[in-house]
Design a protein around this ligand. Structure first.
Ligand SMILES: Nc1ncnc2c1ncn2[C@@H]1O[C@H](COP(=O)(O)OP(=O)(O)OP(=O)(O)O)[C@@H](O)[C@H]1O
Ligand SMILES: [Mg+2]
Length: 303
């Protein structure tokens, strides 16, 4: 068995040629079709993509809530395709924190903010006093010390999601997954979530993956990966550039090449050049050119 996490020690997540087929009655939906993704330990990154592109499917697999159909998926050296049921239960409890979009799904309504955070610790056998200290530390980390005795209904949506982040991190998992955590929030609420996730990432070094539709995300994380039709298609990196004493943030956009050498050409490029079923590929000077099949052209190499 290849253990990717051991061969490349700074990679925490490695997915290669990952497939997920959802089966219901007679219907089969291929939600992930050969997805490749690598995430470094301690990275703060986001996944974007159209509705139905497979974002939640991927996140649920990484969270141990769903099993992949084929391919390879390693998280922290664990092979998600071969884990046994007890290993999956243990993985979900100690190795990963998860935040749902629906604020109501993350918290128990009749417990206070503090009690919600203490619950996973107490269930894990942590002493009450230690659990209380940990809850207080996390409440401070999500800027909610002054809401410790509030019930979820007494908190704003943004505050509820910040408590949810604290709950998800209670057992100190090295990985935090958030599926559209700001989906039900306004811009100010969303901003407070990104702020807290950024702080927690720097403070605890926890690896964070945020699935979102929010176009603002590119300015809040270091890397955004786009998924299209169940595959990773492109990537945006944020970089700070100093030119002539002026500091500016630059976003570099890349198209991803998968393990089989495939890359996705944006639909608008294909439409513009009327490329549909086939195209011609030429190796040029330090570049590859993609041309419509109707175009006659002498390869640059032979010029
Ligand atoms: N449990 C399921 N059973 C059958 N099909 C499913 C199931 N879950 C997801 N799908 C299908 O798999 C595809 C990917 O769904 P997924 O929920 O991963 O998309 P998404 O990118 O999270 O979309 P959204 O942005 O709307 O949340 C969709 O076509 C969806 O209908
Ligand atoms: Mg989804």
């Amino acid at each position: 068995m290849t253990n990717f996490a051991e061969t490349a020690e700074d990679l925490y997540i490695v997915c290669e040629d990952l497939f997920k087929i959802h089966k219901s009655d007679d219907l089969e939906v291929v939600a992930l079709r050969g997805l490749d993704l690598k995430v470094r330990g301690g990275e703060l990154m986001a996944i974007v993509g159209a509705s139905g592109s497979g974002k939640s499917t991927l996140l649920n697999i990484l969270a141990g809530l769903d099993q992949p159909s084929a391919g390879r998926a390693f998280v922290g050296g664990r092979d998600l395709l071969t884990m046994t049921e007890p290993e999956i239960v243990n993985y979900r409890r100690s190795a990963v924190g998860f935040i749902w979009q629906q604020t109501g799904r993350n918290l128990i309504p009749y417990l206070t903010a503090t009690q919600n955070i203490e619950l996973p610790l107490v269930l894990d056998g942590v002493e009450a006093k230690v659990a209380r200290e940990r809850a207080m530390e996390l409440l401070a980390a999500v800027n909610l010390e002054n809401r410790s005795d509030h019930h979820p209904e007494q908190l704003s949506g943004g505050e509820q999601q910040r408590v949810s982040i604290a709950v998800a991190l209670a057992n100190r998992p090295p990985l935090l997954l958030a599926d559209e955590p700001t989906g039900e929030l306004d811009a100010i609420g969303a901003d407070s979530i990104y702020q807290v996730l950024g702080d927690l990432n720097s403070r605890y070094g926890v690896t964070i993956i945020i699935v979102t539709h929010d176009p603002e995300i590119a300015s809040r994380v270091n890397r955004v990966v786009a998924i299209r039709d169940g595959r990773t298609s492109m990537e945006i990196f944020r970089r700070v550039e100093q030119t002539g004493g002026v500091t500016q943030v630059v976003h570099d956009e890349y198209v991803l090449v998968d393990s089989a050498g495939r890359l996705q050409v944006p639909r608008e490029f294909l439409d513009r050049l009327s490329i549909s079923e086939r195209a011609k590929l030429f190796l040029g000077e330090g570049r590859v050119e993609v041309l419509p099949d109707s175009v006659q052209r002498v390869p640059l190499e032979e010029n």
